[in-house]
Design a protein around this ligand. Sequence first.
Ligand code: NAD
Length: 494
Amino acid sequence: MQDLSENRVLIYIFGASGDLAHRKLYPALFNLYRKGYIKDHFTVIGTARREWTNEYYRNNVLKSLEELPGSFNQKFSFIQHFHYQSHDVTDSKHYDTLRELGESLDRVYETQGNRIFYMAMAPEFFSTIAEHIKSQNLLSDTGYNRIIIEKPFGRDYETAKALNDSISKAFDEKQIYRIDHYLGKEMVLGLLPIRFSNPMFEQVWNRKFIDNIQITLFEALGVEDRAEYYDHTGALRDMVQNHIIQILALLTLDKPEKLTAEALRAQKEKLYEALRIYPIKEVAKKFVRGQYGSSDIPEHEPAYRSETKVDPNSKMETFVAGEINIDNDQWRGVPIYIRTGKRMPEKQTRVDIVFKASDQIFDKPADKTIITIDIEPTEGISLLINGKKIGLTTDPVGYQLSYHHSAEQLAEVLDAYERLILDVIKGEATNFSHWHELEATWHFIDVIREYWDNNAPTDFPNYKSGTNGPEAADQLLKQSGRSWVYNPEPRTKR
Ligand code: NAD
């Protein structure tokens, strides 16, 4: 049996007092510990501006585990692996302290010099940290060195390139893990098995049979306490450039020879090259933006512009819908509709693959065949196929077949952050974005952003909280006689 305790690693977390560390990283590390993937030979150096003691830090980590299963003793022994060092990212001397602490913990935990540097801080610090990691010799000579970068990776192609250039001075491409947590979700990982291990799907997954594809990432929440970030970012950069385009790629790329990081990336890059970059005058026809107003109960759900720390005249979009085209033989002419927004009727991530109608031989036309892949909150797949209506008739009628993983099954598997952190520990890069992918996706996004920035919206806010977004998002499909498959009722309460 594999000795799981052999995952030896020292993890530096830059931004150890932040929201991401508290809500995602500590729980993920604890679950990896609880499930035995990291054990005796891992240690964490948390670092942030505040002057905390180890004890204070450990209690802070412990608090982040409150909701998780596991005994107090297990949690208590887990937090003993955590060490804190206060730090100002611009002060070189602080990196010397971090190096010395790292070297001594390497010896105590016998981590064999394996190091992960987790950037859980605002992106403007990434370059400075990466440069200091190199100049102050935090890189190990004996084990591996890997850096994990959170989104957003740049604001556009130029800033992404500048960021990449500076990180590349300290880390080569193979050592850089750009995290997109959607790529760690169970059903996103399931897209390739669904496509490539079912001949009945594999044969029809192309322009000859598919009418359109719809990708929806709906959030029920508003901007909450992330306004400072969001009001400078918007839905296009926050959700489309990364999560939606990654899902689109997995749905449409050619079959890789093998499921290796290199083979998959090669297919993704090929696909991105075929993404149609719209001439600027086409953007208004192909992309729709929205910003939420209040709900019918404004004191419960204020308009975006009335949220704390949002500019009261903000022109930032909280909703995007668009049509994406892929100019290759497999997909030419198949629109891929995408949609994401805040304050939607419910939280929902799903994909609908809508097939072309068969030639009609029945008096009553059949429904279109649809494959729906539910990514969250439920995880599974449904097929809408046609069968015969029962009784004295040959009319076709829709049959819904579905399979969803149970909550018990899902409780046993690693969640997205757990899986992706474990991937980094193992050096498994398949579910991370390569720089070439980012280059291509930013080029695609930049044209839309440029058009929007130069043509301020005049109708914001243009959708009510708790609804499916602006009317124009429906028109986008209606103009070619199509409609969104997923069309939830407006939400009437929070
Ligand atoms: P945050 O503001 O809650 O935390 C920032 C951390 O950086 C704090 O620990 C703070 O002490 C530290 N810090 C700030 N300035 C510093 C300095 N000069 N020297 C040393 N430490 C300093 O931010 P967050 O929400 O945890 O986000 C961290 C990163 O993760 C960002 O890149 C963000 O875009 C990304 N991200 C966050 C989330 C989330 O849910 N919070 C989701 C996806 C991506």
